[in-house]
Design a protein around this ligand. Structure first.
Ligand code: NDP
Length: 330
């Protein structure tokens, strides 16, 4: 069974020599564990943080050990009560072909109810991130004007569509290619969208949101955040979900220069972690599941095939090669 190991900690952009795909014996499930043959692996921007040694909200990846991440697969051996051979589970033993996982850390999922990959994306972690960040952290309310960056990605595309479905008066998105911008406007129903590589974000945002914005859902940081503060209306709320523009920086990035605007607008900036909002999971699935099934909420996945391409898929996310959730299919 093949598994990815981190050999050394990347400085700046991760390089292939920081990693190795290692052949290891098939794991033996212990008491209370199941052996899972992974079918879909998740690669996510937060994994860049785990490659560094710095303490964060999840422990750094250990060197020369299998890396971890979200995965869905079929149980091929079980030494646990309540999970049988043939069941499908969502678990954290990703970046590898087979994983022995504690049954209490595995969630049974139904391949008949939804395609297995969606438990990693639109109905999974990134979906809940969009839901919790927009509704709870940004206190979204009907009539709000909403701006979201990384808008063609897994989280961002769901934020924009959720805002529309819940009565936003205008939804604006930014993304890194004209093709993605077209998708936002023509398929996801955004009212306005722009390519952030084509000109200053502040100018493009002002043109796209002439009446300002009430909510900014930040996936990117940097000049996007400064632009959003510049366009913020009175009582505006900014949810800090991610800052992908700085994840590979070796020096701290400069902060927004216009924070004083929060005084006149009484604006609020608040970060959040999806892990703190799993109490919303049942409500999220109840509300969003039917929209996904009916096609009112659309989603894309970029699927890369083969465990040997997991690293390419991860690097692809950092480079913007994905539209919607990046998935590795084994
Ligand atoms: P995405 O599917 O959005 O993929 C990342 C996207 O980021 C790329 O496709 C790329 O799109 C864009 N990007 C890369 N570099 C830059 C840059 N320098 N400036 C602007 N955009 C860039 O990933 P996710 O949906 O999984 O995650 C989105 C964000 O949410 C990330 O910041 C992630 O860390 C964060 N997150 C936070 C969670 C939390 O609990 N707080 C949970 C899950 C995710 P493009 O072509 O448009 O540049």
């Amino acid at each position: 069974s093949r598994e990815w190991h981190l050999l050394s900690r990347p400085v700046g952009w991760p390089a292939p020599e920081n990693f190795a795909l290692v052949e290891a014996p098939l794991p033996e499930p212990g008491e209370g564990q199941v052996l899972v043959r992974n079918e879909y692996l998740s690669v996510d921007p937060y994994m860049r943080g785990r490659m560094s040694a710095a303490k964060s909200y999840v422990a750094p990846y250990e060197l020369n050990r299998p890396m971890q991440g979200g995965a869905v697969g079929e149980v091929v051996a079980s030494r646990a009560v309540g999970i049988s051979v043939g069941d499908h589970v969502l678990h954290f033993g990703g970046w590898r072909e087979y994983a022995a996982v504690d049954a209490r850390h595995a969630v049974t999922v139904d391949p008949e109810a939804a395609p297995l990959s969606t438990y990693l994306g639109v109905l999974g972690m990134t979906g809940l991130t969009a839901y919790a960040g927009l509704l709870r952290t940004a206190s979204f309310k009907e009539g709000d004007i909403v701006f979201v960056s990384g808008a063609a990605g897994a989280v961002g595309s769901q934020v924009g569509q959720l805002a529309k479905l819940k009565g936003a008066s205008r939804v604006i998105g930014s993304a890194g290619s004209d093709e993605k911008v077209k998708l936002l406007l023509e398929e996801y129903g955004f009212d306005a969208a722009f390519n952030y590589k084509e000109g200053p974000v502040s100018e493009q945002l002002r043109a796209a949101a002439p009446d300002g914005i009430d909510v900014y859902f930040d996936n990117v940081g940097g000049d996007h955040l400064e632009a959003a503060i510049g366009s913020l209306n009175r009582g505006g709320r900014i949810a800090i979900c991610g800052m992908i523009s700085v994840y590979n920086n070796t020096e701290p990035a400069p902060g927004p220069r216009n924070l004083a605007r929060l005084i006149q607008t009484r604006g609020r900036i608040e970060g959040f972690l999806v892990g703190d909002h799993y109490d919303l999971q049942p409500q999220f699935v109840r509300e969003v599941g039917p929209w996904v099934r009916s096609g009112e909420l659309k989603y894309r996945e970029t699927v890369v095939e083969g465990v040997e391409h997991t690293l390419d898929a991860f690097l692809g996310v950092l480079r913007g090669e994905n539209t919607g959730k990046m998935i590795v299919k084994l």
